[in-house]
Write a protein that binds this ligand. Sequence first.
Ligand SMILES: Cc1cc2nc3c(=O)[nH]c(=O)nc-3n(C[C@H](O)[C@H](O)[C@H](O)COP(=O)(O)OP(=O)(O)OC[C@H]3O[C@@H](n4cnc5c(N)ncnc54)[C@H](O)[C@@H]3O)c2cc1C
Length: 409
Amino acid sequence: MRGRGRDHHDVIVIGAGVVGVATAYALADRGAAVCIVDGAEGPGRGASFANGAQLSYAYADALAAPALIAKLPALALGLDPLFRLKLAPEAGFYAWLAAFLRNMTCSRFQRNTREVLQLALESQEQMQALQKRRPIAFSHAVPGKMHLHYSEEALRAAEATVALKRRHGVRQDILSAREAISIEPALAQVRGLVGVIYSPDDAVGDARLFCETLLEVCRQDLGVETRFASEVTKIVRKDGWRVSVAGGEVLAAPRLVLCAGEESRIIARTLGLKLPIQPVKGYSFTAPPGPDAPMISLTDTQRKLVFCRLGAKVRVAGLAELGASSRAVDPKRAQLLRGLAREALPAVANYEAVESEWAGLRPMTPNSQPIIRWVDSHLGLNTGHGMLGWTLAMGSGARLARAMPALGA
Ligand SMILES: Cc1cc2nc3c(=O)[nH]c(=O)nc-3n(C[C@H](O)[C@H](O)[C@H](O)COP(=O)(O)OP(=O)(O)OC[C@H]3O[C@@H](n4cnc5c(N)ncnc54)[C@H](O)[C@@H]3O)c2cc1C
């Protein structure tokens, strides 16, 4: 065990979701004395809690895509139940929306996807290295993933992004429905399937469990200190940082790293920074497997749903609501998710025995690229990971730790 006692930290990390825990690990692994602080009772209680569980290394596509342009009128009129837009009163929301629209061009979509893909591949490497050095249990498996397409047109439209991925060394194939069913027989239940994009190296894992087990490694082996039920209430910058948390403790360190997910923008504002992050609410449910549950993870591209086996359970996630700020589960939306899932894959889960339903807020940037940088030698940002924070966490932590400047630089 390392660490220099409770009164000395090199870095305070705010937020113990997948990104904060991966960041604390990467910093401590490079020798920093880290204290990680979170307002929740334990790690992984925010957007990382019950997400879709996909480590989608091969699927890094930006949300702002040319294909979304045709859907804008329906979106604006609230006619698309899968992607809802709720106009939020704060000024930052409209600037965000304008930037999101600007990112829908073909060239920006390609650039954003390329950047995120690069980070996803770094994350895959970092995850493999972690598994070798410090194997931890979090229902991790590499079953591969299939994106289901229901028209020749949609399948052909995906060809350009498949080519882009392949240029970066990603294994990805376009398969006919018959070829796909020969690999994953559970697809026989899908009505109207035309073909799939198959990514054999994509993985799954329980993000909350990962936060808990990796943080335990951080505590035991790397001397990382933790403060839970410790919401940050005040941050003062004077000779380094003084961070006041609920309960009255004041933590001090020369460096501060913000990994507070969707709430990063609110904390950043108190530090004089405007971060282009908006919440995009999504839902998930966890159920026992049905009579024909696939081994391979599936994404229904029409209904924008992900399905996977997670340990002995099936996890299904989807829906997007831009501008929603409450984490509460709306029973109607949860019912919509269950209905869509059953319509797409009727025998995948035991829909009568759903064990838990959940909603979370994805911290989304307009270009789908997370914000990973040191503002100066004292303040780091690792946030805004949107739809893919679980996939991108390990690479993001490593990048920020690698780039940590010397104090005063
Ligand atoms: C329905 C759904 C499905 C998803 N599916 C996938 C998927 O399949 N694959 C994938 O890669 N990604 C997926 N995502 C996205 C992914 O879950 C997120 O991008 C990721 O969890 C963000 O992690 P984070 O650590 O940045 O934020 P969080 O996990 O939200 O962590 C932020 C932490 O900061 C803490 N915090 C905030 N403010 C304060 C404060 N003032 N004081 C102290 N602590 C504070 C919070 O308590 C929280 O624990 C999904 C998201 C949703 C909602």
